[in-house]
Design a binder for this molecule. Sequence first.
Ligand code: ATP
Ligand code: MG
Length: 310
Amino acid sequence: MNVIEVTDLTKIYDSGLRKGNVIALNKVSLQIQAGEIFGLLGPNGAGKTTLFKILLGIVRATSGESTMNGLPPSNPESRAKVGYLPENHRFPNHLTGLGLLESTGRLYGIPQAELDIRFDRLLHLVDMEKWADTKIRKYSKGMAQRIGLAQALIADPDILMLDEPTDGIDPVGKVEIREILLKLRSMGKTVIVNSHLLSEVEQAADRVAILSKGQVVRMGEVSELTSRQSQFEIEAEIGDHLFELDEAMGKVRLISSDRMTVELQDEKDINYVIDQLRFKKISIRSVKPVKITLEQSFFEAVRGKQEPVI
Ligand SMILES: Nc1ncnc2c1ncn2[C@@H]1O[C@H](COP(=O)(O)OP(=O)(O)OP(=O)(O)O)[C@@H](O)[C@H]1O
Ligand SMILES: [Mg+2]
C-alpha cells in the first residue's frame, strides 16, 4: 500500500529577487510504501525540504498532486498520523527534554495518564532516560536530535518525516540514530528521511529517490542503485592466462594476477565467462557483481549536468 503518492509535483518560488523564480521541484513523481524506510536524497537546494513542506501542507505546490494516506494536503486529516522533525529546529532552551515532550503531548490533547506511559517508552527508545530532566540547552546535537525524534513520535504517528536527522552529528551519534530508524521500521512505521548525506542513508534505507535541481535522477532499492548488474568482479588464478581469454566474454580488465572485472552486454553471459575460465582450468574463488556507492550512482546520473556538490 502506498502511504504517500506524488504525481508531477512542481514548485516554483517567486524569489522576490532580480534573479527571478526558483524551480524547486520539477514534475516529481514518487510513491512511498507503508512500512519502509525511504530516503529522499540530494545535494543542498535539490528540493527535499520543499517536498516535505508540500506534503505537510506548509507550502502549496504550483502544480501536480500529492497525497498522504490517500488525502490531499488541503485536508488536515492527511497529516493526522504523521510525525515531523523539521531541519534546523530550535527547541525552547529553557525546557528539559521531558518538559518538551510534555508540552507537545498537551498540544495534541493526549491525556496525562497516557502521556506518562508514552514518555517512558519514547525516552527508552531514543536512549534519553538519563537526560530527561536536563535542560535542552545542555544537550549535545545528537541528544537534541534524539529528543526531537521522541517529540515527533509523541502522538504515535504511522508515518515519520525526518528532515536531516543526522546533520551535524558525530559518527557514533549517527549510528545511534540509524538504529532508532531500524527499530521504528520494526514497529511497522513508515520512515521518510531527508538527507544530503547519501552514504549514511545508504545503510538504513530500503528505497531511495535522488533529487537534483528539483528532479528525480535515480529511484529504486538501494541494492539496485548500488550494483552494476552487467559488471562482475572475479577472483581466480588467472596468472598469464588473460591473453588467451576470448573477447566474446565481454570487456575484460585485469586488476591483478588473481582478480579481474568483466563488463557484459547481458548479465546472463556471466555463465559463459565462468565456462570459459573453467575450460582453461582456471580455478575460480569468487564471482560477484561490482558494487558502487549511492554517491557514485548519483554522479553517474547527473554527469555533465552539474558540478559535484556533495
Ligand atoms: N521560501 C522560499 N522562497 C524562495 N526560494 C526558496 C524558498 N524555499 C526554498 N527555496 C529555494 O528552493 C530550492 C530548494 O530548496 P529546499 O530547501 O527545498 O532544498 P533542500 O534539498 O532541502 O536543500 P538542503 O539540503 O540545503 O536542506 C533552493 O534553491 C532554495 O533556495
Ligand atoms: Mg532541506
